[in-house]
Design a protein. Sequence first.
Length: 183
Amino acid sequence: MNALPPVSRRLDWTVLVAVVLVAASWFAMSSLSTDLGFVQRQFRFYNVLTLMHAPRSIVTGVGGDAAHDDALRFGTLCVLALVAALLPLVSRRRAAWLGCIAPLVLMAIVGAVLYHELSQDLLADTGGYGDTGSQFIRFANSMANRVGGMVARQVHVGAGGYLALAASFVLAIRGLLNYLHRT
């Protein structure tokens, strides 16, 4: 009646080091930065839920109770992805190796959602505003897209983003190879 499976006899240092690097890059390093000259903002990966809820935060920064709650919820999800990646260290089951893909999957989903959210029109034209209203909405969206394009050119992936992506790829490859070659 073992509550936890025994730790594997041969510790896989590749997985352990990659998980530590992903954790450091997600929680301690800048994943995104905005440099508008007079305004410079740094964002860690666990702040990304705030950026999804309020894309304007890329300029204004994150703050307030909602941003704190978002960071807590998304930070918990990040920790769960890291724990999933550590499963092969405590389980001999072949399927445990699939946990190594969790950080990469999380980053891919976040990237897709952020791209989708940041590329949407500011105002939706429902057709209920008449020709003048539709022209105004098109003009407002055009201006917002121009400003958004200028801001987007000033948003850069930070060292934490690159390190997390590289370490997540190593984890995913290691996990998939071990899953495919174990019996």
